[in-house]
Design a protein around this ligand. Structure first.
Ligand code: FES
Ligand code: FES
Length: 396
């Protein structure tokens, strides 16, 4: 089940995991203004606004849009800029068959919002992701230029970055219109900051944007589990895909974690600060990391609490996880998916923790096989979700 806003209307629907957003809109909601051309993210015919940013709906899973705000060409009927663009397209002969036009209008609208000048070069670059196979681009560019020109002459100023939070990619839920003061409050994770004295990565406190809880039980007393969680090397060995890049101390560790999610693989390198409270068998780990290749960055916080069960013979580990994610990965890793992946990660971690407490060391190959392979996790997540759907269908 997903809940999202489509053209200012709240929509709740059950969707197949592999249904892309364009099919969901066209087949499920009869919003056929979103056209499909290549279905490979190349032609731009399917462009719409996701959280106010142009996005390709053919390569965006509908389930990944849970909580997002979607605006299709139908939702821009009364939009001022789109109305001006429609008139300009007609006037400048900027369309023939009209197949590319909905996507073209949505990309053009974004340019009208942002470009200070009707500069042809910038417009051509801005529209380079939208292909037109029959009209050619002269009329289209002329139409967009004329709208920008008229609006600037009327004193309508461009909105830097379209009024969005600059770090929020389409579909992340973080690209909503924001005032300057909002922008100042958005946690920035773009560049790692180093301490001037010792060169160590600074781990700032932050307010996580998303939270969820996890728990698991291990058949060992809390004291033993707490000791084990204090051994950073052992913890890293239990965490799929994680490795240390320096010698850790009980308060701090630097390392990396490999994530492969769909077409994007990322090596998040970063550092974590560790706090422990022996009296309450609890602790907190705050970390920050970034991946150059996918230009994604994250900040995360894990709080844990150990609760004795079975008269103290076993331990329930309660986790509270908060995170903020920026960049390309944020575009595909929506909240539900991250939560499901974290559940798998926690289950793998719990199993490895059990083995370590039992005294079984995993060899290198075993460790590699435990790496956080998002594809495998994703398949597993989708399989689990598919089973749930089938169970629901059969129980009707
Ligand atoms: S149909 Fe989506 S980019 Fe071509
Ligand atoms: S108007 Fe026909 S493809 Fe653009």
């Amino acid at each position: 089940m997903i809940a999202l806003t489509v053209n200012a209307r709240a929509v709740k629907a059950s969707v197949e995991p592999r249904t892309h957003l364009a099919d969901f809109l066209r087949d499920g909601l009869n919003l056929t203004g979103t056209h499909l051309g290549c279905e490979h993210g190349v032609c731009g015919a399917c462009t719409l606004l996701l959280d106010d940013m142009p996005a390709r709906s053919c390569i965006t899973y509908a389930v990944a849009c849970d909580g997002a705000r979607v605006t299709t060409i139908e939702g821009l009927d009364d939009d001022e800029i789109t109305t001006e663009l429609r008139a300009a397209f007609t006037r400048e002969h900027a369309l023939q068959c009209g197949y590319c036009t909905p996507g073209m209008l949505i990309s053009a609208r974004d340019l009208v919002l942002r470009l200070p000048e009707p500069d042809e070069h910038s417009i051509r670059i801005g529209l380079s992701g939208n292909l037109c196979r029959c009209t050619g681009y002269v009329g289209i560019v002329r139409a967009v230029r004329s709208v920008i020109d008229q609006r600037r002459r009327r004193g309508v100023l461009p909105i830097p970055d379209g009024g969005r939070r600059t770090l929020g990619p389409a579909g992340s839920g973080n690209s909503a219109n924001a005032s300057t003061s909002d922008i100042a409050r958005v946690p920035t994770t773009r560049a790692e900051t180093r301490d001037e004295d010792n060169g160590a990565m600074v781990i700032p406190d932050f307010a996580p944007e998303k939270f969820f809880k996890q728990e698991f039980t291990v058949a060992y007393p809390p004291g033993r589990v707490f000791d084990m969680l204090g051994d950073v090397t052992q913890v890293a060995a239990c965490l799929p895909g994680a490795s240390l890049t320096g010698v850790p101390t009980p308060e701090r560790a630097e390392g990396m974690i490999q994530v492969k999610l769909g077409p994007i693989s990322a090596d998040f390198r970063g550092a974590a600060r560790i706090e422990r409270d022996l009296e309450n068998w609890s602790g907190r780990i705050v970390g920050t990391g970034s991946d150059q290749r996918s230009r994604s960055s994250t900040q995360g916080e894990i709080r844990y609490r150990l609760v004795p069960t079975e008269q103290g013979a076993a331990t329930r580990v309660e986790l509270s996880i908060g995170y903020s994610l920026r960049g390309m990965l944020a575009q595909i890793a929506r909240e539900g998916l991250v939560r499901d992946l974290a559940a798998r990660l926690t289950a793998d971690f719990a199993r490895n923790l059990d083995l370590h407490l039992l005294g079984v060391e995993s060899d290198g190959s075993a460790k590699r096989s435990q790496s956080l392979n998002g594809v495998l996790l994703l398949i597993d997540v989708l399989r689990t979700r598919a089973c749930k759907v089938l169970r629901r269908v059969w129980s009707r």
